[in-house]
Design a protein around this ligand. Structure first.
Ligand code: SF4
Length: 365
């Protein structure tokens, strides 16, 4: 597979790992956060930590959209389908995320709620067209990567005057989460591996503020060589004492991102005052809602959805896992009462969750 398998070459990986080893200064330690859960999975799957010198420590970040969605928002999505009779359309990775009392979209569906897994917002629009007598809502989650399809769905729904379609918008913003990590209690970081797919939309300029705060930033792709290359570049930046934003994903990521996608987002969505994140608390200007001009398509307004803050399950350490303060296996529930089959926290469910990665690839053993 072009641009994928060639970035999994073991020989090259060992070469880059040797270059990282040579770059590390004796008696110095380097702590880098891989912001994105996709990166966490690559690191765990290919055993990259084992290839690195002991002086380099990688910590997991909050870049998993499912993991940072608070329990109260999962409850609201279930409420939409169960109490308002809405056909709720959702991406598959949300289906098993537990809300209150371990209720999930999948369990609510089994109990009779009309919840449908879709591959894209276009599927949700199609369901709305095919069911003119029913209300259809799309559960929109994700960072900037998945925001453009939501924005396009709003444009299409407005152009077609679909009166039975709405969006339950939970899109969140990467720079706000990075800011919260650096402002809050976290491990002393020297650098951040930036998310390649998010950056394909927002570009690399929004990370400059973090370089100005002394963080080395390298935006990376999702194959093992991408990550090793990013770690080498971060290590060099730290040694040079010259933190800056670099792009290690040039094969897919133009430095300016995707201005067209940003234009559509700006037209259809706008900043919320504050948004609750699992693990990071209520952060100002950290999420998007449906724009006033598209208010007819806002499920929160249409169904008067209240937001209730609900605490995480007792003993669940997701809040610390998404901030890099704990490794998944440090959670007392990991692998005991919390497994991918019977998840207690969201980090064990998502294909980008840190706990799922460590469980799946045996990093806890
Ligand atoms: Fe939460 Fe389960 Fe991970 Fe513990 S192991 S932090 S309960 S998801």
């Amino acid at each position: 597979m072009k641009y994928a398998t060639e970035f999994r070459d073991g020989k090259l990986a060992r070469k880059i790992a040797a270059a990282i080893d040579a770059e590390c200064t004796p008696d110095r330690s380097y702590t880098f956060m891989e912001f994105c859960g996709g990166h966490t999975h690559t690191i765990a799957r290919y055993g990259l930590e084992e290839m690195l010198p002991k002086s380099i420590r990688l910590v997991h970040g909050p870049g998993c959209p499912v993991c940072v969605l608070p329990v109260g928002r999962v409850d609201s999505a279930i409420e939409l389908a169960r109490d308002h009779g809405v056909i709720l359309c959702s991406y598959g990775d949300m289906m098993r995320v537990p809300g209150s009392h371990r209720m999930s979209l999948l369990r609510a569906k089994a109990a009779g709620a009309d919840i449908r897994m879709v591959w894209s917002t276009l599927d949700a629009l199609k369901i709305a067209r095919e069911n003119p007598d029913r209300e259809v809502a799309f559960l929109a989650i994700g960072f900037e990567t998945t925001t453009p399809p939501t924005a396009m769905a709003l444009k299409i729904a407005k152009a077609e005057r679909l009166t039975n379609f709405s969006i339950f918008c939970n899109h969140v913003l990467t720079p706000a989460a990075m800011r919260a990590i650096l402002d809050g209690e976290s491990l002393p970081l020297q650098g951040i591996i930036g998310p390649g797919h998010v950056s394909a939309v927002i570009g690399i300029e929004p990370y400059q503020e973090f370089a100005d705060r002394g963080q080395a930033i390298v935006v990376a792709g999702f194959e093992p060589l991408d990550l090793l290359q990013a770690i080498l570049m971060l290590t060099r930046q730290v040694n040079e004492g010259r933190p800056r934003v670099e792009n290690a994903y040039v094969r897919a990521l133009p430095a300016v991102g995707n201005p067209k996608a940003r234009e559509v987002i700006a037209e259809t969505l706008q900043l919320r005052g504050a948004f609750e994140w699992r693990g990071l608390g209520r952060l100002p200007d950290s999420a998007l809602r449906v724009a006033d001009d598209y208010a007819d398509f806002d499920a929160e307004l249409k169904f008067q959805l209240p937001y209730r803050a609900v605490p995480d399950p007792k003993s669940c350490a997701c809040a610390d896992v998404v901030r890099g303060l704990k490794r998944p296996e440090q959670c007392p529930l990991f692998g005991r009462t919390c497994t991918p089959d019977e998840p207690i926290g969201s980090c064990m469910v998502s294909s980008e969750g840190g706990c799922a990665a460590h469980w799946l690839y045996g990093r806890h053993r």
